[in-house]
Design a protein around this ligand. Structure first.
Ligand code: ADP
Length: 622
């Protein structure tokens, strides 16, 4: 087929443009990306050959760097899996990763761009930081045709037939840009190239040849004693593995000897990758067997709720040809999983005890994923609860459950909790806290969706000897003393008649929304609040289910009105004399309670209009 021209998908073109304008300051990494791709291609060839004995095994797997000073060209070749014509177009012409498009659009300034590029891996396009033209010549394993991709990083690229490569694999040739900048690096210099390979790609397990000499040590970094490896080397390895441009938060080295021998080098990232919670395939641990790469994201090595852990596990005891299907039931894998999990728990505990600030960073990034373990991992639920930290009314920081318990009042029946959406300041302002904080009880403030689930199922999920979790959104957990309760009840029955017109009016206006209206003496500052009706689905749960796409029938709530509040008392009088006016104010009161739940009023424009009316009234007419 003769030469054919293609246009880059819009997002790819935008990314290319950023590369050419070089928002990314460290240009050296283009070589790391090319070597990383070559290394992946060799891994893929090995694995495909294992599956299909018809395919030619690689006798001399290698990556080769060559320079042609006259042509000002640098090439990186591999004899890995190669690409078909369609694969070239798909892999080099588009950005496949989910979410990239939206994020690129959002990135207007160069700092954010740089951050984003780091997050989805700079990849192949980074070559355009240093090259004015790039050619990729490739032949797929098992294929007989060779193709050439050419691009100058503009809006298009071409693909054409090329003279047959003797073996499958890929050669990427960069025609370097002229060095107009003072002090720009000469990527055609032997010294520069060796330096970059040493810095970024030394641990690559396949040999990297330059001038017929192997220039990488090929030592698997996880096999080397920690004393021999510098922090920089570990960080570079982490970056190679994850495409994250930030330093990892923490490193976990495992050297397991005993019933089964394995080594592990794990990291916890400092922040969640941008597509972490959208893309179930990002994250995880790679499995190696005797230094040979087997697979990325081996799900059997770590439970789902710990998938933020990245890194490598290398087993000495598994057979090389192990298949994905049997991994799950393999007893060795199970031992590895257990001990890896234990090691991660241990490291987290250490971090929690030694460096609360660092731990809070971890928790902010991954706590909500980790907490799912409370509901998923019966066996380790105690350990996970011991590692959980929460916001609290005690202070602005975080607290563990043990710390909370140490501050509990002697008569306290359990741990008071309030779950809401992720707006912590709204939660702190919730009227539902008033009966508790005014009596000196501390309440945990929970902002993650999973908290609401755990809270609603606490009696089934939590271990038997754990303290009860009491949801303060329910009014039956308010800590009255017996005397208080009696006095309260007496006072309420005295007040009932006074508030009856208001109660009736509210039930009339909100007959679809309210199950009952309750007079309260426990709210100390707020005029009213909405509570979940007994037995129904809680508001938070309803929100959660809706966001998961479930249809939830409208739930009726309880409106609690404060008999202590002067405005409510006046409103009660008004309800007996001017129902229309009282109704308008009642609507404002109701919508305020809805807002405090983190929800929108049904009719925001009506709400604003009514508040406008009240403002005019308060300020007086002209
Ligand atoms: P990433 O490596 O993060 O997926 P890249 O932009 O670096 O992104 O590469 C895109 C894809 O192009 C790779 O996933 C791979 O499928 C293909 N590719 C790149 N280089 C090679 C190579 N040397 N051999 C085979 N395939 C390659």
């Amino acid at each position: 087929m003769s030469e054919e021209k293609f246009y880059y998908q819009t997002e790819a073109a935008e990314l290319l443009h950023m590369m050419i304008s070089s928002v990314y300051s460290n240009k050296d990494i283009f070589l790391r990306e090319l070597i990383s791709n070559a290394s992946d291609a060799l891994d893929k060839r090995r694995i495909e050959c294992l599956k299909d004995s018809e395919l030619a095994e690689n006798e001399n797997p290698e990556i080769r760097i060559e320079i042609d000073s006259d042509a000002k060209a640098l090439s990186v070749s591999d004899n890995g899996i190669g690409m078909t014509r369609d694969e070239i177009i798909q892999y080099l012409g588009t950005i496949a990763k989910s979410g990239t498009k939206e994020f690129l659009r959002a990135a207007k300034d160069s700092d954010t761009q740089q951050e984003l590029i780091g997050q989805f891996g700079v990849g192949f396009y980074s070559v355009f930081m240093v090259a004015e033209k790039v050619e990729v010549v490739t032949r797929r394993l098992g294929g007989s045709e060779t193709f050439k991709f050419t691009s100058d990083g503009g809006g298009s690229f071409t693909v054409e037939d090329a003279p047959q490569r003797s073996e499958c694999g890929t050669t990427v040739t960069l025609f370097m840009r002229g060095n107009s900048d003072e002090g720009a690096k000469d990527y055609l210099s032997e010294w520069t190239l060796r330096d970059i390979v040493g810095k970024y790609s030394d641990f690559i397990s396949w040999p990297i040849y330059f001038k017929d000499k192997i220039i990488n040590s090929r030592k698997a970094i996880w096999q080397r004693p920690e004393s021999e490896v510098t922090d920089e080397e570990y960080t570079e390895f982490y970056k190679h593995l994850t495409h994250d441009y930030r330093e990892p938060l923490t490193r976990i080295k495992i050297n397991a000897e005993g019933t089964t021998n394995f080594k592990g080098l794990l990291f916890i990232p400092s922040e969640a990758p941008f597509d972490f919670f959208m893309n179930p395939d990002s994250g995880g641990i790679s499995l190696y067997i005797n230094r040979v790469f087997i697979m990325n994201d081996c799900k059997d090595l770590i439970p789902q709720y710990m998938k933020f852990v990245r890194g490598v596990i290398d087993s000495e005891d598994l057979p090389l040809n192990i298949s994905r299907e049997i991994l799950q039931d393999d007893p060795i894998i199970r031992i590895i999983r257990r001990s890896t999990q234990r090691k991660v728990f241990g490291e987290l505990r250490k971090m929690l005890e030694d460096d609360r600030e660092k731990y809070a960073k971890f928790w902010t990034a991954f706590g909500r994923m980790f907490k799912e373990g409370i509901a998923q991992d019966q066996e380790n639920v105690k350990t996970i609860l011991g590692l959980a930290i929460y916001r609290t009314t005690h202070d602005d920081g975080w607290t563990t459950l043990a710390e909370y318990e140490s501050r509990m009042k002697p008569d306290q029946k359990g741990i008071y909790c309030l779950a809401g959406n992720d707006n912590i300041s709204a939660l702190r302002a919730s009227p539902k806290l008033e009966p508790f904080t005014s009596r000196g009880y501390e309440v945990l403030l929970m902002t993650d969706p999973v908290d609401e689930f755990i809270l609603s199922q606490a009696s089934f999920i939590l271990p038997e000897d754990a303290k009860d979790w009491l949801n303060v959104a329910r009014d039956d957990v308010i800590p009255y003393s017996d005397d208080e309760k009696k006095a309260n009840d007496e006072k309420l029955s005295e007040l009932e008649a006074e508030f009856e017109p208001l109660r009736k009016l509210a039930l009339e206006i909100f007959q679809d929304k309210l199950e009952s209206v309750k007079l309260s003496l426990t709210l100390t500052d707020s005029p009213a609040c909405l509570r979940d009706g007994p037995g129904g689905i809680s508001l938070q749960m309803e929100r959660l289910m809706r966001s998961a796409g479930r249809v939830v029938p409208p739930q009726k709530r309880v409106l609690e009105i404060s008999a202590n509040h002067p405005a409510v008392r006046k409103l009660a009088v008004l309800a007996g004399t001017d129902r229309d006016k009282a109704g308008d104010i009642l609507r404002v009161l109701y919508d305020q309670s809805v807002l405090l739940e983190g929800e929108m009023p049904d009719d925001p424009a009506g709400f604003v209009k009514r508040v406008d009316g009240l403002m005019t009234l308060a300020l007086g007419d002209e």
